[in-house]
Design a protein around this ligand. Structure first.
Ligand SMILES: [Zn+2]
Length: 215
């Protein structure tokens, strides 16, 4: 049962209890779920492209660390990401996702493969990915073609930095555009990785180990 269903069931049970005691009959309504609840992005929007690299071996770990691809995030991150995507859609672009929320157990698995804080966050500290507030993204254009951002996702080198300026004007302007729209919608950029964005209001949320079901 996902957390949303849990909340709904809890609410229905509570409502049933109130009705039994007070003979009050109300129409059950869905409760508003907390902004910090973990939800699946695809339950809220069909306008994203998914390329979840850690659910494949096509990543720097050369290992598939997720059983299946899923983009889970806290609800507030989903809301901010949809708002950003709507801005991109108006200009003919869409967000492509490489990674979203990363359960702590997965972080531990990654750390076991590459125990180097330059490449993987130490699970003792946890990253914003473990808090449900970080996304790794790029843009695709109207034809579905990935926008050239100068390096691939998870390229570990100076060329991936926002501060690296020896790139074509076109690439620099695309990185700047991605950054501008994300910042406008409540995210922070990360200097050394053009693809990584943290929701500002999610920086202090707890590290979590929520799992998702694979079909
Ligand atoms: Zn990231």
């Amino acid at each position: 049962m996902n957390s949303f269903s849990k909340i709904l069931v809890t609410f229905l049970l509570l409502t049933a209890g109130v009705q039994a005691q007070n003979e009050v009959y109300t129409t059950p309504v869905e409760t508003e779920i907390a902004d910090t609840t973990f939800v699946r992005l695809r339950d809220y929007s069909n306008d994203f492209i998914y390329d979840m690299k850690y659910a494949t071996e096509d990543n720097f770990l050369k290992a598939k660390v997720y059983d299946c691809a899923e983009c889970m995030l806290r609800l507030k991150t989903v809301k901010a990401l949809i708002a950003a995507n709507n801005d991109f859609l108006k200009k003919g672009y869409k967000i492509k996702l490489y990674d979203c929320y990363r359960p702590l157990d997965i972080q531990k698995k990654m750390w076991k493969i590459v125990s180097n804080p330059e490449y993987v966050a130490d699970p003792k500290k946890g990253s914003i990915h473990n808090r449900g507030g970080a996304v790794d993204i790029s843009l695709v254009d109207i034809t579905g073609k990935e926008v050239d951002m100068g390096t691939p996702f998870d390229f570990f080198g100076i060329q991936a930095s926002h501060n690296f300026k020896q790139l074509s004007k076109e690439i620099l302007s695309k990185r700047a555009y991605l950054k501008k729209v994300m910042i406008k919608n409540g995210f922070n950029s990360f200097d050394s990785e053009w693809w990584h964005y943290n929701l500002k209001s999610g920086l202090k949320d707890k590290v979590a180990n929520q799992k998702w079901k694979c079909d």
